[in-house]
Ligand binder design. Structure first.
Ligand code: GLA
Length: 695
């Protein structure tokens, strides 16, 4: 059965996922109108979905209740436009003429042209499982520029339901991905980043439900933007209960000039319908990211050792070589030297931009360290922050015009640094060249690509300044793509002061993502819970660091810190030479255990067994074929505080499962009563349980 079908008589298209369907049609004015997004329908069933009357029909509202597929400014439309343009004569409204369509197995493009002006718009759809990838392109076919005020990738419509609830994240540096689930107010709710990155504050995704979905049941409609710069998603709930949302790159007051002959591409804004709750929604996103987004989904991510929390700025060849030896002893497979290895970088005030190893700290360059790391059988990685410069650097002294700036305005420094304008081809070429040389000349296997401040004064004197918001990100993408193509063994970790740039766009170009600078295991449970709403555990880098935690001052047992980090891509970041022999021994055993279970964690299906916001005892479960791994964590709590024993999920009730101690459990019992695991006392406690199906 084809994934995309067309009914010419009704001018309707249907996109079909395994457990969902999506349909839209053209109205008499050639405007695309949304028809259906939800449970599976056939083409003929989709044609039976009738357009309803707007319950408050009047000369003050859009006629009818059928929403536009990509609402454009113009006509009787009063909502949030996905497309807003200005032609040179001042006209802004858009009027469409249908200009044909094309489809193949899983993709569709519907073309529209303005009835009068030289503007063509194409709506793209691609079916990826139950995910529908959507994007839009605009083409200026005339000889005058067109001002683009808003060019969203896609707009989405919820079928009519009683009630509406919005799930999204709320966060900050070191407190990323907090899940908020609140009734959607009537009016317009805008989630946005004006920071030049997708942001710590809110992730570029939303989930909508009728207020009745749970972790394990109910309909959920979710959408995620594949874009790593500033963005905006506006969700609208009308008085009559209609819920629609629209999203894309850029934020308010950022516009662009579309030049004659130019085509404007928007990023993918992907949507997913799931009928099995928030858990099913997350698992489908994880499967989608693995199958269609990640560059090397079948690989297992290595255990990384990263030097940042151990050495800070005190980086030199001797210290790093010692750390590398200690990391190798506990089982690390990749050693990453973090910030502080180059130029005058002995703190955050100087040297950023001067990407040559400092001669005093690395008298023989990077080679001796790289060789020592390789001699331990580990891969060698380096921290870089290519988009930034300290004003106190040779680079800035030579090229003060290379940064984002505006005439007659201060250049605001944050963390003592400025943002290089990657929209400038010469700057992007410079960055590509030194990165290419660094990787090629020094046998670098891995880059941690960091980005440590938001954009300010995002201008480019003499140019179409709005472009920097988009072209900067595109240049980052191009450099990452080129480096990967030219160095096929290179692996990359994305980072922006922790999780400041986590989105489907960066995950298409990086192998893993540093989820947060907060490495406190207790906080990390919440952070990981939010990360996993959309993004899979196999992309979530998590280190075990020292106790007390350098940032929060909290102490936690080594096993607890490990058990939390082992629920993602385990890494190490502690000051290992200061750990006791006993701690190092325990660490080595836990690293070895992780290596055994990591296929299940990194490639398995995630079941969240308890919500950290409401339960002191939290548990997650991963299932891959016949293997099951459960992590249980209890954060310190009041004495005698009750908790519900987490029941397992995703098992066959008729199956039998053997745990690591040899005891055999019936699936039916695990599903109904859980593992019967109990922790005495009320302090930190944790366990990892492995089950294998034996019948
Ligand atoms: C950011 C990163 C950290 C570390 C520092 C180095 O904060 O998130 O992991 O690399 O920069 O300056």
């Amino acid at each position: 059965m084809p994934l995309v079908e067309h009914d010419p008589a009704h001018r309707l298209w249907l996109l079909r996922g395994p457990e969902s369907a999506y349909a839209f049609r053209l109205d008499a004015d050639d405007r695309p109108r949304h028809v259906h997004w939800g449970s599976p329908l056939t083409l003929s069933q989709a044609t039976q979905v009738t357009a309803r009357r707007n319950p408050a029909d009047s000369s003050f509202d859009e006629p009818g209740d059928e929403r536009q597929e990509l609402p454009a400014e113009g006509g009787a439309f009063f909502g949030v436009p996905a497309l807003a343009v200005r032609f040179e004569d001042g006209t802004s409204a858009l009027e469409w003429r249908y200009d044909g369509f094309a489809l193949d197995d899983d993709a569709l493009v519907v073309r529209l042209a303005d009835r009068h002006y030289s503007l063509k718009v194409s709506l793209y759809y691609r079916v990826r499982g139950d995910v529908v990838e959507r994007r839009t392109t605009l083409r200026n076919t005339g000889d005058e520029p067109i001002s683009l005020l808003r060019t969203d990738s896609a707009s989405w419509t919820l079928p009519r339901r009683d009630g509406a609830r919005l799930s999204r994240t709320s966060g900050a540096w070191s407190a990323e991905y907090g899940v908020l689930r609140e009734p959607l107010p009537v009016g317009e709710t805008t989630l946005t980043s004006r920071r030049g990155v997708s942001s710590h504050q809110v992730d570029p995704w939303v989930m909508l439900d009728a207020g009745d979905a749970t972790e394990t049941s109910g309909e959920v409609w979710s959408t995620a933007l594949a874009w790593s710069g500033s963005w905006r998603i506006t969700v609208e709930r009308t008085h009559t209960g209609r819920v629609t949302w629209t999203g894309g790159f850029g934020h308010e007051h950022v516009g662009w000039r579309l030049l004659p002959g130019e085509t404007w591409e928007t990023p993918v804004f992907a949507g997913l319908y799931a009928a099995d709750g928030f858990g099913g929604t997350s698992r489908r996103w994880h499967a989608y990211v693995r199958e269609f987004v990640q560059p090397h989904p079948d690989e297992l991510r290595p255990v990384v050792y990263n030097s940042w929390e151990a050495t800070g700025w005190d980086v030199d060849e001797r210290t790093e070589t010692e750390l590398a030896a200690a990391a190798a002893r506990v089982g690390a497979e990749l050693f990453v030297m973090d910030d502080g290895w180059f130029g005058a970088r002995t703190g955050d005030a100087a040297g950023l931009g001067d990407w040559v190893a400092d001669e005093e700290r690395f008298p023989g360059g990077l080679k001796p360290l790289a060789d020592a790391v390789h001699a331990h059988g580990m891969r060698f990685g380096l921290w870089v922050e290519p988009e930034m410069v300290n004003p106190d650097s040779d680079l800035y002294r030579a090229h003060p015009d290379w940064v984002l700036h505006m005439a007659n305005r201060e250049r605001t420094t944050l963390r003592n640094q400025l943002v290089l304008n990657f929209a400038r081809p010469d700057v992007a070429d410079w960055a590509h060249d030194w990165l290419d040389r660094l990787v090629g000349d020094h046998g670098i296997d891995y880059l941690k690509w960091d980005m440590n401040r938001a954009f300010t004064e995002a201008g480019w004197p003499g140019e179409d300044a709005g472009r920097v918001w988009v072209e900067h990100v595109r240049a980052v993408y191009r450099i990452l793509d080129r480096l990967r193509a030219d160095h096929p063994a290179l692996r990359i970790q994305g980072c922006a002061g922790g999780g400041g740039r986590t989105d489907l766009g960066i995950l298409a170009r990086t192998d893993e993502n540093w989820a947060s600078d907060n490495t406190d295991a207790a906080d990390r449970i919440t952070i990981q819970h939010g990360y996993g709403q959309i993004y899979p555990a196999g992309t979530m880098s998590a280190w075990v660091t020292d106790s007390p935690n350098p940032a929060t001052g909290r102490e936690a047992p080594l096993s607890f810190r490990f058990h939390v980090a082992m629920a993602g891509v385990l890494g190490l970041g502690g000051d290992l030479p200061r750990w006791s022999a006993g701690e190092l021994d325990e660490a080595a055993k836990l690293v070895a255990l992780y290596k055994e279970i990591r296929p299940v964690v990194q490639h398995g299906s995630l079941y969240r067994l308890a919500d950290p916001a409401t339960s002191a005892l939290t548990a997650v479960q991963y299932v891959l074929d016949d293997s099951v791994v459960v992590f249980l964590w209890r954060r310190p709590t009041e004495f005698a505080r009750p908790f519900t024993p987490p029941r397992l999920r995703g098992l066959d009730p008729a199956g039998r499962y053997r745990d690591q101690d040899g005891a055999v459990h019936d699936g039916a019992v695990l599903l109904c009563h859980g593992l019967g695991w109990d922790f005495p006392g009320s302090g930190y406690a944790s366990a990892v349980v492995r089950l294998t199906r034996v019948g």
